[in-house]
Ligand binder design. Structure first.
Ligand SMILES: Cc1cc2nc3c(=O)[nH]c(=O)nc-3n(C[C@H](O)[C@H](O)[C@H](O)COP(=O)(O)OP(=O)(O)OC[C@H]3O[C@@H](n4cnc5c(N)ncnc54)[C@H](O)[C@@H]3O)c2cc1C
Ligand code: HEM
Length: 401
């Protein structure tokens, strides 16, 4: 626990951080990348361009400053960061480097307000947070390395099959190049992939949720082709340049968004677009059980609706599985084939009787505004936050608030 004086000084800087938080972290990344250019290989340069990562870090720092006396309030944030860091391979010796540049940036941005005493207080506070994250990451690394079939660092996988699931989404079936066993994972978890990007001249790491249930003998990811101007670096390369038989380097599975398999209460899986990937993993794991599962999915139309036939079949064959589809811009052939249930974006109010289930857990994954809307509906029904779980396919910026 930091000293009372440190707590006082750190808390006193919260308003200044709130005013300058984004400037501070933007400054920090400029400093970090000009002094430590090799770190460009581990940071997501797409997020840097969009500003999301700066915001995520700024929010984490603010959250810490606001809760310095009550570190347990930070536990969910710290868990998410630790899982993300572990999937990227952040090491304890990275922390002093980042800390040095963060403190120098605080000094530069706050100018005269940043006295030596304030900087020392922040150094102590940063050290405390670093210790929490390092301890959590060390434990995650240990668990991955010692799990049956587990490993640490990157492991080579061969692309066994590529299956086009929609106009935008393609699945990759990945088998370990060493033909060894695969570790267990919990449906909802993700792996990281590291890929050299020739246009950028650096490696880039991205996370992809496992879209199959565990124990299949392979890992499957389902990747959406992102952006055209500029094209998303890793997703487009996977679609266009990574052929069957090529090898990819993968992290072990991580992530604290997962199906609570120890429960037997109903499950409502609500996804938008490519956010269906962790949900399909969960649904596949639920299919052989008798646990009630409602799979609610929203897509633009049938052309971009991935894995539709698979989920439809599961629902048709099992009384405990239900499938509800929303299209916000149905195509003529969707209308002709009555291929969806509702027109519009996913609106849980319209299906309240089917999804407001006693003791259900709700899993959300999709664009941030999509998840905020679903979360607000669920909170409005009086569903407890502990039963609403969500995954953000990027840095977590605000849904926890
Ligand atoms: C836990 C987790 C699970 C995930 N699971 C999946 C999954 O199952 N399937 C899936 O498809 N994705 C998933 N993602 C998202 C995935 O990790 C990538 O973020 C996604 O594939 C985009 O990466 P990219 O390298 O193709 O795009 P990036 O290069 O990162 O670009 C992302 C966006 O930013 C824009 N951009 C890039 N550079 C610039 C610039 N200089 N100026 C302006 N705009 C720019 C691009 O046009 C694009 O729209 C997941 C993410 C997380 C965190
Ligand atoms: C106390 C110190 C740190 C804090 C508070 C912190 C905070 C964060 C946060 C909030 C995220 C976004 C998580 C998410 O929601 O996805 C993140 C991601 C990340 N962090 Fe840290 N971090 C710290 C230390 C470090 C260090 C030492 C490194 C190593 C150089 C590092 C590298 C990264 C990378 C590469 C990402 C993913 C970025 C991306 O893909 O956009 N972090 N961190």
């Amino acid at each position: 626990m930091p000293s009372p004086r440190t707590i006082e000084l750190v808390k006193a800087t919260v308003p200044a951080l709130q005013a300058h938080g984004l400037a501070l972290t933007t400054h920090f990344y400029d400093r970090l990348f000009s002094n430590e250019p090799e770190l460009k290989n581990i940071f997501n340069l797409g997020n840097q361009a969009g500003g999301q990562q700066q915001q995520a870090l700024a929010l984490a720092v603010l959250a810490y400053a606001q809760n310095i006396e009550n570190p347990s309030a930070l536990a969910p944030v710290a868990s998410r960061i630790a899982h993300k860091h572990a999937s990227i391979g952040i090491r304890p010796d990275h922390y002093p480097i980042v800390g040095r540049h963060l403190l120098a940036s605080i000094r530069e941005v706050l100018g005269e307000a940043a006295t030596d005493e304030i900087i020392a207080a922040w150094a102590e506070a940063y050290g405390e947070l670093a210790d929490v994250l390092i301890a959590a990451e060390t434990e995650l690394y240990r668990a991955s390395a010692t799990a049956p079939g587990g490993w640490s660092g990157w492991r080579e996988f061969v692309v066994d099959r590529k299956v086009r699931e929609s106009e935008l989404i393609t699945s990759f079936y990945l088998r370990p190049a060493d033909s060894g066993a695969l570790p267990p994972f919990v449906p909802g978890q993700f792996i990281s992939i590291v890929l050299y990007i020739p246009e950028l001249g650096v490696e880039q790491i991205r996370q992809y949720s496992l879209s199959e249930a565990p124990n299949t003998g392979y890992f499957r990811i389902s990747v959406k082709r992102e952006g055209q101007d500029p094209a998303g670096a890793v997703s487009n390369r996977l679609h266009d340049a990574v052929a069957i038989g090529e090898t990819l380097r993968l992290s072990p599975p991580y992530g604290d968004f997962y199906l609570h398999e120890e429960r037997d209460t109903p499950v409502v899986l609500v996804s938008g677009g490519v956010g269906l990937t962790p949900m399909v993993s969960m649904l596949n794991a639920l299919a052989p059980t008798t646990r009630r599962a409602v799979f609610v999915h929203g897509a633009r139309n049938g052309r971009v609706h991935a894995l539709k036939g698979h989920v439809e079949q599961l629902a048709a064959d099992r009384a405990h599985v239900e499938h509800v589809v929303f299209y916000d811009a149905p195509a003529a052939d969707d209308v002709a084939g009555r291929d969806y249930h509702f027109e519009g974006i996913v609106d849980l109010e319209r299906i309240r009787a089917r999804v407001e289930l006693t003791d259900a857990d709700y899993y959300l994954c999709g664009p941030l505004p999509f998840m905020l809307k679903q979360r607000d509906t669920l909170l409005g029904w009086g569903i407890g936050r502990d039963r609403i779980h969500y995954e953000v396919f990027g840095p977590d910026q605000q849904i926890a608030a």
